[in-house]
Design a protein. Structure first.
Length: 147
């Protein structure tokens, strides 16, 4: 344990604290001393005990106001976090939906491509068959003309 010597309201005090916390304790005591002296200047000398009580009440009031603000911010952060999770879910759902749509379009594209290839083969066969029939007809007509 470390010891810190402080001056409060014109009196010297020796306080103990954890090792390494000396500077922090001095900072806290400076703040309390300032609040005490401000109240003493504002309210006059009401007596040390009453001024200490009012100082303690003011410090606790600031603490509870700060705590309320921190609690409110925690609620706001939780709300934002919930909204973020909801948004993230919506984004992933949207992405999955679009991926499914792209997959369906790719399958339809592949199907149309296959259908075009089949139709092209059928068309070529039709043209070949028609060309063969025309050739046969021309040959028959030429043979009939010759005979």
């Amino acid at each position: 344990m470390a010891n810190v010597s402080i001056k409060f309201n014109g009196k010297e005090f020796l306080l103990s604290c954890e090792d390494g916390q000396e500077e922090h304790l001095q900072e806290l005591l400076i703040q309390i001393n300032q609040k005490f002296n401000n109240l003493k200047n504002d309210l006059g000398n009401l007596g040390e005990n009453k001024l200490l009580l009012i100082t303690a009440v003011k410090v606790m009031d600031e603490y509870y106001e700060t705590k309320k603000k921190v609690d409110q911010k925690k609620i706001e952060i939780k709300d934002l976090s919930d909204k973020f999770r909801e948004l993230k879910t919506l984004i992933y759902d949207y992405r999955d939906q679009k991926e499914n749509e792209i997959k369906a379009l790719n399958e339809k594209h592949s199907s149309l491509k296959n259908e075009i290839e089949i139709n092209q083969k059928n068309y070529e066969k039709l043209i070949d068959d028609a060309a063969n029939e025309i050739s046969s007809f021309v040959e028959k007509a030429s043979l009939e003309k010759l005979s």
